[in-house]
Design a protein around this ligand. Structure first.
Ligand SMILES: *[C@@H]1O[C@H](CO)[C@@H](O)[C@H](O)[C@H]1NC(C)=O
Ligand SMILES: *[C@@H]1O[C@H](CO)[C@@H](O)[C@H](O)[C@H]1NC(C)=O
Ligand SMILES: *[C@@H]1O[C@H](CO)[C@@H](O)[C@H](O)[C@H]1NC(C)=O
Ligand SMILES: *[C@@H]1O[C@H](CO)[C@@H](O)[C@H](O)[C@H]1NC(C)=O
Length: 297
């Protein structure tokens, strides 16, 4: 009896949490990625951060072997002469890679994940980016580059971006927009994970954008609504989108984020092209995230 109750009592500890690789393009020492790390960890996930040593904003899907540092890491977070890859000695899950976002997330998936998780991660998330990544901007965003690289490698990838804020070092005081975006990013991640595997169809990634957090406007995660959107503006030859909110045409992510209120956009993309996914793949995501999706007012 004692053994049985002990075994049952210990069971929750043995249940495998979600293993997450986290990257971005603003760099490993940016405060946004650190706040996202803490929020995911507080939600029970096991997270390894693997992000560029420097600001690599706007580098899209560039990819090159990492090289030793010929200048300090951003915000002086590592000295000149540091190796091509390294970590924070007292927080070894915080890793830098002196190269592009794509190279960094691949190092997280292929090298760090086996070390920390004993295999591939369950999901890869990128961001949340400093500034929105809407419409054709996805083609140059390194944050999107990292998320799409994960999807190309068979790991479900999500890119998160927030309208408010400027690049800020990890050790600056935490601001409201950072905790709000970290909470929202964690909510989407956890909701997708709760929908069960496979989290996303193969070669599909999600592009999530948050509107501005200003003063008392949209100042708590519970103030926000998520809306399923499309990345690019449709034209006469664009096939119909999934039917939802009484239409077979989704709003663009730009129009969602620009609508008064606190609407965050979730678009479904094809990793290899960064274009909008088919209605069938949008429908899969609609089904998985329906508990948090709303219609635009
Ligand atoms: C980071 O890089 C982007 C793109 O080159 C640039 O616009 C931005 O000002 C840079 N940020 C910092 C803090 O240097
Ligand atoms: C490394 O981690 C320590 C302990 O958490 C922290 O005080 C320090 O600021 C961190 N530095 C970087 C660059 O992450
Ligand atoms: C996400 O946010 C919604 C709305 O605030 C909430 O009902 C739900 O419990 C949250 N889910 C997770 C997994 O945090
Ligand atoms: C129309 O939209 C499709 C995507 O739905 C795109 O591939 C095509 O380039 C667009 N055509 C024009 C003329 O913009």
């Amino acid at each position: 009896m004692l053994l049985t109750s002990l075994a049952f009592g210990l069971l929750p500890l043995l249940v495998k949490g979600t293993n997450v690789v986290l990257s971005n393009d603003d760099g490993w020492a940016e405060i946004n990625i650190r706040e996202f790390y803490y929020a995911l960890t507080n939600a029970g996930d096991s997270v390894v951060l693997s992000a560029p040593a420097e600001n690599e904003s706007g580098t899209g899907s560039s990819d090159a072997p990492a090289t030793p540092l010929t200048e300090p890491c951003e915000y002086n977070s590592c000295p000149t002469g540091s190796p091509a890859e390294g970590n924070n000695a007292s927080m070894p899950r915080f890793n830098y890679v002196n190269s592009y976002p794509v190279t960094s997330i691949r190092y997280g998936i292929q090298t760090l994940s086996p070390k920390y998780f004993g295999g591939a991660p369950d999901i890869a998330v990128s961001g949340f980016n400093v500034g929105a990544n809407l419409g054709t901007t996805v083609l140059i965003s390194g944050t999107v580059g990292a998320a799409t690289e994960a999807s190309k490698e068979g790991i479900p990838g999500i890119a998160f971006s927030g309208t408010t804020g400027s690049q800020t070092a990890w050790d600056a005081p935490v601001q409201t927009y950072q905790t709000v975006y970290a909470g929202l990013s964690t909510n989407v991640t956890q909701t997708l994970v709760a929908s069960g595997k496979p989290y996303l169809p193969s070669n599909i990634w999600l592009n999530v954008n948050f509107p501005a957090v200003r003063g008392s406007t949209c100042s708590s995660p519970k103030d926000f609504k998520f809306v399923l959107s499309r990345i690019n503006t449709a034209n006469g030859s664009t096939p119909p989108d999934v039917e939802t909110c009484g239409s077979t045409r989704l709003p663009t992510e730009t129009s969602v984020v620009d609508t008064a209120g606190c609407y965050a956009s979730i678009s479904v993309g094809v990793a290899t092209t960064k274009a909008d996914a088919s209605a069938a793949n949008q429908a899969v995501v609609l089904g998985k995230l329906k508990s948090i999706l709303s219609c635009l007012a």
